[in-house]
Design a protein around this ligand. Structure first.
Ligand code: FES
Length: 596
């Protein structure tokens, strides 16, 4: 496929934010590893300063080799400019205190680390000086505790806190984070504490040795940077220029922000009106979520404005005719909700004319109650398998019956399907008209999730077969069904309004599973399952017809298998399946089926 300059640029604009996020994460992880290993080494001071120096040899081997040097300097060269970029593109400097602390500490690190880096790496590379632990410990404990000592402690604290907050913000929406969080918290407190104690112990030992052994003190002064006034002066000059350059870069970014604001204002402003009558004026080009943040209006945004959660969604009450169509990312999030055209994602919606909006998810979910909400309520990212099942020929069913009979039959249908899903290990999640959505894998691994979803399809066929036999006299024809199964990362969270809120899944996988269920009509089969599910489950689906399909809103084609009868799926030994009885009663079978 040839990519024109125009489409290439559009693609870059579309994917740019996620590339930047990945680069920032990757470089941040490298820098955090460096700090982590540094702290481990400091902890060796609790044994002796010689132990610290032996440990430092391992550190040097890792970080001063070609790969380590490239990784470390590369990470720094990426992370710092991206921090400036983040400051520049930020529409509002209003932010939560955690984010504010993270950002502030991050910008302090280069200021604090500069002299230490110059003395350690620059001096050894250009002045043939090789200061080791004992030199640094002597400097911060004996020679210059007020300035060098306090600065090291400040650097120590700032770098660790910045890294830990960044790590927390990345991990908090991950599956199983709540399981590892207590362990990580212990490490977050224990490691810097033992490292700091190690530094104190090592420094006291160096001081005692220097007092007791004049030769040791003389050697110490000779090998350290402090013993060479010419080098100290040169390093000071470099440090001053570097600090000046850093301050200049900071000022330039702030100026660029100011210019951007002016340019945006010249492009015109628009008004966003909220349900309580408040009107917020913003420059064109900002999103509705930006407007809420600027005006300090609480607005739910579980994923932080990345078009992954839908909690920021609003209903556009007035002015919808001036809005452009939703982007593919926005469509992907909204489609599974069955939202009408007036519902939009506030984080993606950038109005060009006045509009009035109604936020649909209570802000308390992420503002007032966030501290006490658990991972499910605040939304967490998990890999799950999603199954959609729908009754066939429901119109004929309704047309020829009294409403009471229809409700009776539908409830038997849901009972049969729901018990099959539970028996397989899944959770019936939503009842949509005469269909149902189920989630597999909120507490288990991906392979088990996909196996359970396939097993559920087999059990649904079995349970509905039993139901059709039981209700044969009530039904003119057996009730048919269609199932769609797909798997992927989704956001699981509690969504809705007040007491009507419920836990559900949102994401691409949900939308695709729903579409696959629709396709069972087209392929005249009981089940359409994505090949991904079979592969992850480790269950071969080669016997079923294979198709490549294109799902609206997704650029990549999807390979699926059309399964005529779910009963033909290869079996999987579910733990509960061993309870099958001689009469043919199946585990999890609904009561009416077991009694026949
Ligand atoms: S904040 Fe998550 S989709 Fe808008």
């Amino acid at each position: 496929m040839t990519l024109s300059w125009k489409t290439g640029r559009a693609e870059l604009v579309r994917r740019g934010p996620s590339i930047v996020r990945r680069l920032r994460l990757g470089s941040g992880l490298v820098l955090f590893s460096y700090v982590f290993l540094h702290f481990l080494n400091h902890s060796l001071g609790n044994i002796s300063f010689e132990a610290m120096e032996r440990g430092a040899l391992v550190q040097e081997w890792i970080w001063r080799g070609p790969i380590g040097t490239l990784a470390l300097y590369g990470a720094f060269a990426i992370h710092l400019p991206l921090a400036f970029w983040a400051l520049y593109i930020r529409r509002s400097l209003r932010m939560g205190w955690i984010e504010g602390v993270r950002l502030g500490l991050g910008f302090l690190i280069p200021l604090l680390v500069l002299q230490h880096a110059l003395a350690q790496r620059f001096a050894s590379a250009y002045f043939d000086i090789h200061p080791i632990y004992r030199n640094v410990l002597y400097l911060i404990w004996v020679a210059d505790p007020q300035i060098a000592g306090l600065k090291q402690i400040a650097l120590f604290t700032v770098a660790w806190l910045h890294g830990c907050i960044g790590l927390y913000r990345w991990l908090r929406v991950k599956r199983h984070f709540h399981l590892v969080a207590p362990f990580l918290l212990v490490v977050a407190f224990l490691l810097p504490t033992t490292a700091l104690l190690g530094v104190f112990q090592g420094a006291r030992q160096v001081e005692a040795t220097a007092r007791a052994d004049p030769a040791f003190l003389t050697a110490l002064r000779k090998t350290g940077v402090g013993g060479m006034p010419g080098v100290v002066a040169a390093l000071w000059t470099i440090a001053l220029w570097s600090w000046g350059g850093y301050a200049g870069a900071f000022a330039l970014v702030l100026m660029a922000r100011g210019i951007r604001v002016l340019v945006e204002r010249r492009g015109g402003t628009i008004r966003i009106v909220y349900p309580d009558g408040r009107a917020v004026r913003i420059p064109k080009g900002l999103s509705v979520l930006d407007a809420s943040r600027r005006a300090g209006i609480p607005h739910a945004s579980v994923c932080g404005g990345r078009a992954r959660c839908s909690t920021c969604r609003v209903r556009v009450l007035l002015g919808s005719e001036s809005l452009g169509p939703p982007s593919p990312a926005e469509t992907r999030v909204l489609a599974p909700l069955g939202a009408d055209r007036a519902v939009r994602l506030a984080c993606q919606l950038k109005p060009t004319a006045d509009i009035s909006v109604w936020p649909l998810v209570p802000p308390e979910i992420t503002v007032r109650d966030q501290a006490r909400l658990n991972a499910t309520e605040t939304g967490s990212e998990r890999f799950v398998a999603i199954l959609f099942v729908d009754i066939r020929a429901s119109t004929q069913l309704v047309e020829s019956r009294l409403p009471y009979d229809v409700v009776f039959i539908l409830n038997r249908f849901f009972e049969a399907v729901g018990s099959a899903i539970i028996a397989a290990g899944g959770t019936p999640n939503q009842f949509i008209g005469d269909g149902m959505m189920a989630i597999f894998g909120s507490e288990i691994d991906a392979q088990q999730a996909c196996r359970q979803a396939l097993e559920a399809a087999r059990l649904i066929d079995w349970h509905l077969g039993e139901m059709n036999r039981t209700l044969a006299s009530e039904l003119q024809q057996p009730i048919g069904f269609g199932i769609g199964i797909h798997a992927g990362d989704v956001i699981i969270g509690t969504m809705g309004y007040r007491e009507h809120a419920q836990t559900t899944a949102i994401g691409e996988a949900v939308h695709i599973a729903s579409r696959l269920q629709d396709l069972t009509k087209e392929y005249a089969c009981q089940l359409v399952v994505s090949e991904t599910v079979g592969e992850i489950a480790g269950i071969p689906l080669d016997d079923f017809s294979r198709h490549e399909i294109q799902i609206r809103g997704f650029s990549a084609p999807l390979t699926i298998r059309a399964v005529g009868s779910a009963a033909a799926l290869p079996g999987y030994e579910h733990p509960a399946a061993s309870g099958e009885t001689e009469q043919g009663s199946h585990p999890g079978a609904p009561i009416y089926a077991q009694s026949t």
